[in-house]
Design a protein around this ligand. Structure first.
Ligand code: BGC
Length: 802
């Protein structure tokens, strides 16, 4: 493996690409993350230094379009990066030097995934020909999640003289990272206070305005000379006058500690931060313990895929681990859709965990468990939400933040038309089945029956109960229907011209609801009797309710038209969309909701979806499982119908979400292998090439990133952890036919799976645990700990053609 497999190098400086780079060069450790912004610059339209602590939200009220709206945001915390410098020539200070400024002579940025560091080399040359090289290394500590460090090395290449350096903590920051939110209230931090703590250490404390989270930050800066501090406004600044000697490097090290009042085992965040920074070792020591922590992570998440795909997958893994690391296991947080990398979607938690947990389950099950526990802690809130709708059970919110109430906005800005339009995305009740699916998957992969029988069962039961209550019996159809919802395709939120939002019988919602009901019934039957009794008593579960669940789980309506599954009842009657005509007119039409709204039209009129909706079923369930599910519902889903359905939606989807390419690639790998790679590629390039046009700069797409890892891990191997066995049914793509990864499966650490043309190799490390039952379509084997086995596979080209 060459070094370039582990490094992403950005040559030169391009202001228009800076926000994308900042997102992709974000460093984090699961507790907090900081965008890869230049330390010399404040938020100025090009740069956007953002620091976010997982779960640190604040709620503000704004007035838009004559209405008061409340939004909860992941708060941009004080900027700890600040470090700027200027040459003092002839007693007069020159301008502050900034990347992209007039005197910049070179710029190079290197993200080192193996070490978890960001390095930057910027060279300046002023009017008098004085050359200054600035090399900066930063880390957000992976072993001590409250620490970060910045080493800056200055070299005056052809002169000697004074360099003025300022290191600061800046509490004047606001949440202004997303242009379309800027009309809303942005100032979340209040009571900003600053001060000194000897030696060479300054501090800043503040609190969030309504959630009242106290934040403490301390910064220790060491330089060849002592500095002086002052505290202007909401900032604390240390200033140094370095006497540079030609050719001799001068090092300035800034070490920062960050705590909030949410942290356990502290009494006061400021005191904790000051104490931590005082005890922190020098930069070299921090770097070495940081590297060691990353080395361990890379061992636990080993993934080898050749060529460019492998390089991108490693970057995706890096960002997943920076957002959800083993530290996350100690936090009360969910899966933020855009990582801790920016402010898009306000740091909220959607159903995207459906694309993330299946990956984590097989490497960091303790992290999955914590993320599910976040949902369990908000079960009561979800029950209140159901009650408010006149339902029993738990209605989880489409967007969740600190306390689990619905955070989805009711109005959103179409930047294309400048209009605020109603937002009905909260009608996406399929988020409940995503949570249930994850509970099930996590427990199957980890064997954690304790979780399944306690918190897991409680969530499943209440989610199932909600679906059963939400379903109404239609005597004419002789089936149950779930009406007035929005499916994963958010472009359709109402029937054309309807006064009320919502659609009936979204196939994805109904089929997954049937699955939840069926699974919950299975689980209730298999619970240890004392526990079953407890649950029944606590939830007032009556046997008539179970009978209803059984009935609903078998009789939910799934609409069909023209021999394909309908996305919802009536989809087949919508108008065909003129894809080519719109492409010619508008170019990129991924966001055709915005295009049509700006034209005074509505996407609700057309057979045009934002993202995989029906096809999501092929993402969640193996072909056999999906067939069985439909059959339980009284429908025949033969291969031909599924193929036709895939084809149908393939031609009617605009891929306005990064999740769409991923799901299509996954599904097509089984149905139309020759077309799968195009979508897998799109999913791989989603963030590095900013496929959704400017959105990565506002935060990475964590679901798609983790999803691509899982595409290799489960999609191409057909890996399922079902019924206590490890099932495999590989479909490697010609472009991705050789790969290797390790898994943690039911207490076996480091199970290694290698897929290559012609064969699959499984090695189970020695231990006192039970053998692993490996099931392939044609055979099954028991692999004992300490043993390995080779399973022949047909060559890629011999795979049954579609
Ligand atoms: C997608 C949703 C997703 C959300 C957050 C939206 O664009 O349509 O499916 O949950 O982004 O990633």
């Amino acid at each position: 493996m060459t070094e370039t497999d582990w490094t992403w190098v950005y040559e030169g400086y391009a202001p228009e690409r800076e926000s994308l780079r900042e997102s992709l060069c974000t460093l984090g450790n699961g507790y907090f993350a900081t965008r890869g912004a230049a330390s010399e610059c404040a938020a100025d339209g090009v740069h956007y230094p953002g620091t976010y602590v997982a779960g640190c939200y604040n709620r503000l009220t704004s007035t838009v379009a004559g209405r008061r709206v409340e939004n909860e945001d992941l708060v941009n915390l004080p900027n700890w990066l600040v470090l700027r410098y200027r040459v003092n020539g002839g007693g007069r200070p020159g301008p502050w030097l900034v990347p992209g400024g007039r005197s910049m002579a070179g710029h190079r940025q290197i993200l080192d995934l193996r070490q978890g560091t960001l390095e930057r080399v910027t060279r300046y040359e002023d009017d008098q020909g004085r050359r200054l090289a600035v090399r900066q290394h930063r880390l957000v500590h992976m072993a001590d999640p409250h620490l970060a460090a910045l080493r800056t090395v200055f070299t005056a290449e052809n002169w000697s003289g004074t360099l003025e350096v300022e290191a600061a903590l800046d509490g004047s920051v606001e949440n202004t990272g997303v242009a379309r939110y800027r009309q809303l209230a942005t100032r979340h931090l209040i009571h900003v206070h600053t001060g000194d703590a000897a030696p060479a250490t300054v501090w800043l404390r503040c609190r969030t305005s309504t959630s009242d989270i106290r934040i403490g930050m301390a910064s220790r800066t060491t330089a060849p000379v002592d500095g002086v501090s002052h505290h202007p406004g909401r900032r604390t600044v240390q200033r140094f006058r370095l006497e540079l000697e030609q050719g001799r490097a001068a090092v300035v090290d800034k070490t920062v500690a960050l705590h909030t009042s949410h942290d356990p085992a502290i009494s006061d965040p400021l005191h904790a931060a000051v104490d931590r920074v005082r005890r922190a070792g020098p930069f070299e020591t921090l770097l070495s313990s940081h590297r060691a922590a990353w080395q361990q992570l890379w061992r636990r998440a080993e993934l080898e895929v050749a060529d460019e795909a492998g390089r991108i997958l490693r970057l995706h893994l890096f960002h997943v681990l920076q957002t959800l690391s083993p530290h996350t296991a100690d936090l009360d947080v969910g899966v933020p859709a855009r990582g801790l990398h920016g402010e898009a979607y306000r740091g909220h938690i959607f159903w995207d965990e459906l694309f993330v947990l299946p990956y984590l389950n097989l490497h960091f099950p303790e992290v999955s468990r914590a993320l599910l526990t976040y949902r369990h802690r908000r079960l009561e809130r979800a029950r209140f939400a159901a009650l408010d709708e006149g339902c029993t059970g738990a209605m989880y919110p489409w967007q969740s933040g600190s306390d689990g109430r619905e955070e989805a906005q009711r109005l959103h800005l179409n930047p294309r038309s400048g209009r605020w339009v109603p937002d009905h995305s909260h009608l996406q009740h399929h988020v409940g089945s995503a949570i249930a699916y994850n509970v099930w998957q996590y427990c199957e992969a980890s064997g954690d029956s304790e979780f399944l029988h306690t918190k897991g069962a409680e969530m499943l039961l209440q989610i199932a109960r909600f679906y059963a209550c939400r379903a109404t019996h239609d005597p004419a159809l002789g089936r149950y229907r779930i009406r007035g919802v929005v499916g994963p395709d958010e472009y359709h939120d109402a029937y054309p011209g309807a006064a009320e939002p919502g659609l009936d019988d979204n196939a994805y919602t109904n089929v997954t609801a049937a699955w939840v009901l069926g699974r919950t019934l299975d689980l209730l039957r298999s619970l240890p009797e004392p526990r079953r009794q407890e649950l029944v008593e606590r939830t007032g579960l009556h046997h008539t309710e179970l009978e209803l669940w059984e009935d609903v789980s078998r009789m939910l309506h799934v609409p069909f038209h023209d021999g394909v599954i309908s996305q919802f009842e009536g989809f087949g009657e919508l108008a065909e969309f003129d894809w080519e005509g719109h492409r010619r007119r508008f170019g990129d039409i991924r966001r055709l909701d915005r295009i049509l709204e700006a034209e005074g039209d509505s996407v609700n009129r057309y057979k045009a979806s934002k993202q995989a909706d029906v096809l999501m079923l092929g993402y969640l369930f193996s072909p056999a499982e999906l067939r069985a599910l439909f059959s339980r519902l009284g429908y025949v889903l033969d291969e031909e119908t599924w193929r036709r359905t895939v084809d149908y939606y393939l031609h009617r989807t605009s891929h306005g979400s990064t999740l769409s390419g991923l799901v299509h690639g996954w599904v097509l790998a089984r149905v139309r292998r020759s077309e799968a790679w195009r979508f897998c590629r799109e999913a791989l390039e989603g963030d590095i090439a900013d496929v959704q046009g400017g959105t990565t700069g506002e935060g990475i797409h964590l679901g798609a990133m983790a999803g691509t890892l899982d595409l290799v891990q489960r999609g191409l191997t057909g890996l399922e952890t079902r019924g206590g066995a490890l099932r495999l049914d590989p479909v490697p793509l010609p472009e991705l036919s050789e790969f290797c990864f390790t898994l943690r499966y039911r207490g076996h650490w480091g199970v290694r799976l290698r897929v290559a043309p012609g064969g699959m190799h499984i090695a189970v490390p020695g231990s006192g645990r039970d053998p692993i039952d490996v099931e392939l379509p044609e055979r099954s084997v028991l692999v004992e700990p300490g043993e390995e086995c080779e399973l022949p596979l047909p060559a890629v080209d011999d795979w049954a053609p579609p």
